[in-house]
Design a protein around this ligand. Structure first.
Ligand code: SIN
Length: 290
């Protein structure tokens, strides 16, 4: 790695490992992801537990909870502690409007999220985070992992000259882009928004690269050709730098809570013809600022 890249990794990892009183946190990698134990998410959490959970979320960006036997009401209550719940778009035909079923059966030709993306980046006020609870993992117990990439580090690892160029730009995120040549589902209201290309995390104020190949379509300050080249370069950063990411291997009854403001994720579809099933709740965020 170049010196500036090593320095970037140090900047993103230099935090003293924090000791918590009410939970245990074990990092998945030094830069992203942690397994949290010591909490029973089927019970109402105390203010102290919630405060420590919020801190662990800001430190690690992706939190993994194993062996959680929770009901839909527990899932909704837990997500509600972090913000207003975001209705699913398009609304589900039945059941709670905030629960998105993530279901892959042998008939699926592909699976939603099988590519790097950020949930809700095309919304004017992108999502704060998502909580996915998997009840069924592919038999015989392998495959269907989810990858998460730290977009603070993606930004910090760019050369200083490129960072300077990107700092003043914006990017268009288009909800239709994620469907490619496919027709979106009936009732889908396609959002389209312009965000700074480099944003500051609303809670930590740290800079991050806010583009993703599923939704980001154009840098309006550049020509069409320049915009395509720069976006392709930035998309490749996530795909080509394993140091940015962690891999979550699911077990039944695992819940993962990730920060949509500073990570991208990639659901891996490598388990045909098996079935994977879970439910996801997204939490509203606010506008993103440079
Ligand atoms: C998603 O893309 O939000 C779902 C991730 C997954 O299925 O692992």
């Amino acid at each position: 790695m170049e010196t500036y890249e090593l320095e970037a990794v140090e900047r993103v990892t230099t935090r003293p490992p924090r000791d918590f009183r009410t939970l245990r946190v074990r990092s998945l990698t030094p830069v992203v992801g942690a397994e949290v134990s010591g909490l029973d998410l089927s019970r109402e959490l105390t203010d102290e537990q919630l405060g420590e959970l919020r801190q662990a979320f800001l430190d690690h960006h992706v939190l993994v909870f194993r062996d959680q036997h929770i009901t839909q009401e527990d899932h909704l209550r837990l997500a509600g502690h972090f913000g207003e719940l975001r209705p699913v778009n398009p609304p589900p035909p039945e059941g709670d409007p905030h629960i998105l079923e993530i279901s892959t059966t042998p008939e699926a030709a592909n699976v939603a999220g099988n590519g790097w993306h950020t949930d809700g980046s095309a919304d004017a006020e992108p999502s704060l985070g998502s909580m996915l609870y998997l009840k069924r993992i592919p038999e015989p117990g392998s495959g269907g992992d989810t990858l998460f990439a730290n977009m603070h580090l993606a930004y910090e690892m760019l050369s200083p000259a490129l960072r300077e160029m990107l700092d003043g730009l914006t990017a268009i995120h288009d909800g239709l882009a994620a469907f490619g040549s496919q027709t979106p589902p009936a009732g889908y209201v396609a959002p389209r928004s312009e965000h700074p290309l480099v944003v500051r995390h609303p809670e930590t104020d740290r800079k991050l690269l806010y583009v993703n190949p599923a939704y980001t379509t154009r840098i309006p300050q550049l020509s069409e050709e320049e915009s395509r080249a720069v976006l392709d370069l930035l998309f490749a950063v996530t795909a080509r730098r394993p140091v940015l990411s962690c891999r979550v291997r699911w077990e039944p009854d695992t819940l993962v809570f990730w920060d949509n403001r500073c990570v991208q994720h990639h659901a891996t579809y490598d388990y045909y013809p098996y079935t994977r099933y879970g439910q996801r709740i997204a939490i509203n965020g606010g506008p993103l600022k440079a």
